[in-house]
Design a protein. Structure first.
Lengths: 115, 113
C-alpha cells in the first residue's frame, strides 16, 4: 500500500516565483522525512530532510514544513530557477528497532520552471 | 569524495537470462540499500545490508533475486531467469550507521526483451 502520497504529478512555475510541493503520509510511525530531486537518467539526489520533532527546516532556497497532526509536509523552493526543473520525491522512514531506515517514497512531482 | 557508483548503467537482456549488477557505496558508509523504480513510480525498497549482513528483504524480492555484500564493501544484485516485468531502474543507496539520509547511485536500467 502507498504510505507516502504525492497527489500532484506535475507543477509548472515561472522563474523567480515560489514552487510548493506537497506530500501526505498515512503511517504515523514515520519520524523522518526527506526530499529528493531526480534528473532523467540519474539517481535521486538528497535535497533536505526534517525530523518529526521539528516543524520547519531551511537550507538556502529550500524549506520543508511538517504538519504532524495533518500527516502532511511541503517543500518550498524560493526563488525557482530553471535548474530546479526535475522530478521531486518525498520519502519517509522510521526506526523499526533494528535501526532499519528503509525509505518509503511517493510517486513524484515533475516541476517545470518556465523562463 | 566519490559518490555511490553502479555498473552497468544500462543492461538489455533476453527473457530467461541471468543478470548481475554491482554497487560501490560511499567508502565510509556501512549501510547499503537496493531499490527498484518503475516508470511513473517512486523507488521501492528491495533489500538492505548492514556491513556484510543482509538484514531485511522486501516481499518484492522473489526467489529469483539474490543480493550479496561479501566483504561489507561493494554489493551485487543478481536476477535469475529474467522476466519482462523485471524491466526497471535498479537503484543502490548507502548511508552511515547513524545517518537517516541515503545517497543514491545513478542506477542500472534493465530492459528485458
Amino acid at each position: 500500500d502507498q504510505q507516502v502520497k504525492q497527489n500532484s504529478p506535475s507543477l509548472s512555475v515561472q522563474e523567480g516565483r515560489i514552487s510548493i510541493l506537497n506530500c501526505d503520509y498515512t503511517n504515523s510511525m514515520f519520524d523522518y522525512f526527506l526530499w529528493y530531486k531526480k534528473y532523467p537518467a540519474e539517481g535521486p539526489t538528497f535535497l533536505i530532510s526534517i525530523s518529526s520533532i521539528k516543524d520547519k527546516n531551511e537550507d538556502g532556497r529550500f524549506t520543508v514544513f511538517l504538519n504532524k497532526s495533518a500527516k502532511h509536509l511541503s517543500l518550498h523552493i524560493v526563488p525557482s530557477q530553471p535548474g530546479d526543473s526535475a522530478v521531486y520525491f518525498c520519502a519517509a522512514s522510521y526506526n523499526k528497532g533494528s535501526d532499519d531506515y528503509k525509505l518509503s517514497f511517493g510517486a513524484g512531482t515533475t516541476v517545470t520552471v518556465r523562463a | 569524495d566519490t559518490g555511490v557508483s553502479q555498473d552497468p548503467r544500462h543492461k538489455i537482456t533476453k527473457r530467461g537470462q541471468n543478470v548481475t549488477f554491482r554497487c560501490d557505496p560511499i567508502s565510509e558508509h556501512n549501510r547499503l540499500y537496493w531499490y527498484r523504480q518503475t516508470l511513473g513510480q517512486g523507488p521501492e525498497f528491495l533489500t538492505y545490508f548492514q556491513n556484510e549482513a543482509q538484514l531485511e528483504k522486501s516481499r518484492l524480492l522473489s526467489d529469483r533475486f539474490s543480493a550479496e555484500r561479501p566483504k561489507g564493501s561493494f554489493s551485487t544484485l543478481e536476477i535469475q531467469r529474467t522476466e519482462q516485468g523485471d524491466s526497471a531502474m535498479y537503484l543502490c543507496a548507502s548511508s552511515l550507521t547513524t545517518g537517516r539520509e541515503q545517497y543514491f547511485g545513478p542506477g542500472t536500467r534493465l530492459t528485458v526483451t
